[in-house]
Ligand binder design. Structure first.
Ligand code: SF4
Length: 250
């Protein structure tokens, strides 16, 4: 396995007091707001023109994207095209863009030089998933977020153990991060998609409740749990874009 340097487990270690105070203020102001209210706090009240949505255009992504389009369809949306996604996801992204009228979706991906150096045959995922996620996801996203003061994710507490204590507002790698859907359940997300007649990812209907890259996503048998199909057969549950690769997990 390729050794990947660990990042600090405490994202606030060494952070200035003024940043900690602002985080405390944002967390207080997020209290009691619904998802759209938290999103409004990020996109309109605090970081207009300096915040970006991070979206995988996967199983439930359309909920956050719909809320975003209602507030401002020109909000930048960063889409990580790892080079290993399902064709269905790429076509779904186009459909969602068309239906919601999003005007600034930015596809980001690994630099060709990194790909040539780290994974010339495109098979790194089969030997070292952490190293593969690092150069295909973590590095490109970190670069794409340069220039933004805040990011917004669609992460939910129910998804993984690492997310179970997640806050609606966090501070990570030099910027504020908002998680408007933090408290939503899977059923609530599905109901929202139905209520607003939003496009469904075709693979969800085909037995994939959680969708990532093609080599690392499996269909889940009836009765299986939500994340069983991600990195099946390993204890990996996060790709590392939202935490240190060796840290406490996306
Ligand atoms: S999910 Fe799999 S294919 Fe995608 S970047 Fe991570 S290891 Fe590579």
């Amino acid at each position: 396995m390729t050794a990947i340097p660990l990042r600090p487990l405490n994202p606030l270690a060494g952070v200035e007091t003024s940043v900690k105070d602002r985080l405390a203020d944002l967390q207080a102001r997020a209290q009691g707001r619904d998802a759209k209210g938290i999103l409004h706090l990020a996109l309109v009240e605090e970081f207009p023109g300096k915040s970006a949505i991070v979206s995988s255009f996967a199983a439930e992504s359309v909920v956050l994207l719909h809320l975003t389009a209602e507030i401002d369809p020109s909000t930048p949306v960063l889409f990580l095209n790892t080079g290993k996604l399902f064709g269905e996801t790429l076509r779904y992204r186009d459909r969602v863009q068309d239906v919601l009228g999003l005007t600034d979706i930015r596809a980001i991906g690994p630099h060709p030089a990194d790909r040539a150096k780290s994974d010339p045959e495109g098979t790194l995922w089969s030997r070292d998933t952490d190293a593969c996620c690092d150069f295909r996801k973590v590095v490109p996203l970190r670069k794409a977020l340069e220039g933004f003061d805040a990011s917004v994710t669609g992460r939910k507490r129910f998804q993984t153990n690492a997310r179970s204590n997640m806050e609606p507002v966090e501070y990570f790698e030099g910027r504020f991060r908002f998680n408007p859907l933090v408290n939503w359940t899977h059923d609530e997300l599905m109901a929202y998609i139905e209520d607003y007649k939003l496009p469904k990812h075709p693979l969800v209907m085909d037995g994939y409740p959680s969708i990532g890259c093609m080599p690392c996503t499996r269909r889940v048998a009836s009765g299986g749990s939500y994340r069983d199909g991600r990195w099946a057969g390993s204890d990996k549950e996060e790709c590392g874009i939202h935490v240190g690769v060796g840290g406490e997990g996306i």
